[in-house]
Design a protein around this ligand. Structure first.
Ligand SMILES: NC(=O)C1=CN([C@@H]2O[C@H](COP(=O)(O)OP(=O)(O)OC[C@H]3O[C@@H](n4cnc5c(N)ncnc54)[C@H](O)[C@@H]3O)[C@@H](O)[C@H]2O)C=CC1
Ligand SMILES: O=C(O)C(=O)COP(=O)(O)O
Length: 526
């Protein structure tokens, strides 16, 4: 498979993909048509913050299975568009956290002691010792906006250097903050109390412009550090606040537009220290994120769970082998149920019984939905199936029961519209041998696969013979068969595995016989 890498990543990640037999192509700093051309036959795309992965790109990439972000922030990726196209988006949320936290600490000292400014003067031949009187971080208050992974690592480091910590993060528990020695407060209070304010939120519609002119005024006399995302802080307002002495200084690693344009007002302000988005640029961090993304791409290619998928159900790698066979049987049950159902589906229920009910089943449920939608949607997979259900107003419910009658585990997929429903139960025999064991309440023992015919007929002599004869007339070979009946002489269901497609005419001929109540031709071929 082709893996396209459009931002530089560590060789270790590229090697891991090549060793697995994939073709890795790099195309740095390409955009527009050239990028679309490069991605047109790619099965995976690897990016950092330098590539805009927008809806047009997904349109241009019909083979794409996964976009791997070798890093944390995914604000450059249109995740909704990825989901619409059934493409997994995964990031590497752990690998560069310490690098980003260390850079934040470095930037804090850089502005507190004017290191870049003094360095530049000395390199230019000036011994400006008398002009720099720095600020100690010891005994000062650090305000942290966003106490997630990076924010917490910063809290530990700067807390150990004698800073008091006060944090604003509406989505973090008091207890966790307390463990870190940080006090939680609202944004106003954090701004009023902080001597140094550091930002560690992702860039989202909610955080865009979070720190504007008013907030900077509240931080009066303090320093601002932003190693998160440019758009979180209003840049013109920040440049003005430092220039006018409202703030003592600012240190920025990230910018609303990257690369930072030459005419940015930030570049003209002496006490604004800048680095070109270097937070994650350490050897260790780059190796971590590149190998993590390579592993996730390999998992996606193998249809295994992608551990840090942001738009697809994921699961613990250790549990996956136990759940994997049910992923297939659930899809099959969904496909059969929808093909046997008359009418419009507005409800789908998946019931897990027995051992499988103990497991994480998000992937199995998504797979059952994929099966139900398969005949309806062109490109449906476990990534976009839950969204398709939501968009179409189809209710999806999941039930777990600890007992499962005669089976170790049973997965039942029911499609429904009001009182009318069709349910299909699947299980595994002897480990991994898939079986359909109930269709619409009939106990069957059908091996799912290929082409099948499901017939409902009266339980009387000669019916199976009739079906065999009609199939023969149309040159349809019966490869397997299972007959089930409700009661002696009542209604029976027969499931046939057939080698050829069954034409409508053959079905009509069968249904013309009064003993045949209904027949359905089902295909499980792709
Ligand atoms: N400069 C660089 O090279 C790097 C930058 N980053 C940036 O740092 C960001 C944070 O990374 P992590 O800590 O790993 O993410 P995270 O998801 O672990 O933490 C983000 C925190 O922000 C909080 N948050 C979200 N919206 C908020 C709001 N409106 N107000 C206050 N808090 C809010 C969340 O509750 C969460 O605790 C990334 O999204 C990325 O943009 C990350 C790595 C390197
Ligand atoms: O991981 C992140 O969010 C970062 O900002 C790092 O960005 P980069 O991979 O260096 O372009």
């Amino acid at each position: 498979m082709k893996v396209l890498v459009t931002d530089p990543i560590a060789d270790a990640g590229i090697e891991r993909l090549r060793e697995a037999g994939h073709d890795v192509e790099t195309a740095y700093e390409v955009e527009g048509d050239a990028l679309h051309e490069a991605v047109s036959d790619a099965s995976a795309l690897v990016v950092r913050s330098g590539t805009q992965v927008d809806r047009d790109l997904f349109e241009a990439a019909p083979e794409l299975v996964i976009v791997g972000r070798a890093g944390i922030g995914v604000d450059n990726i249109d995740i909704d568009a990825a989901t619409d196209h059934g493409v997994i988006v995964a990031n590497a949320p752990d690998g560069n956290v310490r690098a980003a936290a260390e850079h934040t600490v470095a930037m804090t000292f850089a502005i507190a002691r004017s290191i870049p400014q003094a360095h530049a003067r000395l390199k230019a031949g000036e011994w400006a010792k008398g002009e720099y009187l720095g600020t100690e971080v010891n005994n000062k208050t650090l305000g942290i906006v966003g106490l997630g992974r990076v924010g917490q690592e910063v809290a530990k480091r700067l807390g150990n250097l004698g800073m008091d910590l006060v944090a604003f993060d509406p989505y973090i528990g008091e207890e966790r903050a307390e463990q870190l020695g940080a006090e939680l407060a609202d944004l106003d209070e954090v701004l009023e109390r902080a001597d140094f304010l550091t930002v560690h939120t992702p860039l989202t519609p909610e955080t865009e412009g979070l720190i504007g002119e008013e907030e900077l005024a509240q931080l009066e006399g303090g320093y601002l550090i932003n190693c998160a995302r440019g758009g979180v802080v209003d840049e013109p307002a920040l440049a003005a606040a430092v220039e006018d002495g409202v703030l003592a200084g600012a240190a920025l690693d990230v910018f609303a537009e990257e690369p930072l344009p030459d005419d940015s007002p930030l570049l003209d302000v002496e006490d604004v220290v800048v680095t070109p988005h270097l937070g994650a640029s350490t050897e260790a961090a780059q190796e971590n994120v590149a190998t993590s993304i390579a592993d996730q791409i390999l998992a996606a290619f193998a249809e295994e769970p992608v551990v840090n998928a942001l738009n697809a159900p994921s699961m613990d790698q250790k549990a996956f082998p136990r759940v994997k066979p049910y992923i297939d049987i659930a899809e099959t049950a969904g496909r059969i149920a929808v093909q046997l159902f008359d009418g419009h589906v507005n409800e789908i229920e998946i019931v897990y019984a027995g051992d499988i009910a103990e497991e994480e089943v998000d992937l199995v449920t998504a797979s059952a939905l994929k099966g139900v939608f398969k005949p309806l949607e062109w490109q449906v997979n476990a990534v976009n199936a839950p969204q398709i259900a939501e968009e179409r107003g189809i209710d999806v419910s999941e039930t777990k029961r600890s007992t499962s009658e005669d089976f170790q585990s049973l997965v039942t997929v029911t499609v429904r519209n009001g009182d009318s429903e069709m349910s299909v139960c699947g299980t595994l025999f002897a480990g991994e041998d898939p079986r359909i064991v109930r269709i619409d309440g009939f106990r069957v023992d059908a091996i799912p696969g290929g082409r099948m015919v499901v017939s409902r007929n009266t339980d009387e002599p000669g019916v199976i013979g009739l079906i065999g004869t009609v199939m023969g007339e149309y040159d349809i070979n019966i490869a397997g068969m299972y007959n089930a009946r409700e009661t002696f002489g009542g209604e029976a269901m027969t499931v046939y595995n057939v080698d050829q497609e069954v034409p409508e005419e053959a079905r009509e001929k069968l249904e013309a016989d009064p003993r045949v109540i209904a027949t359905r031709y089902i295909t499980l071929t792709d």
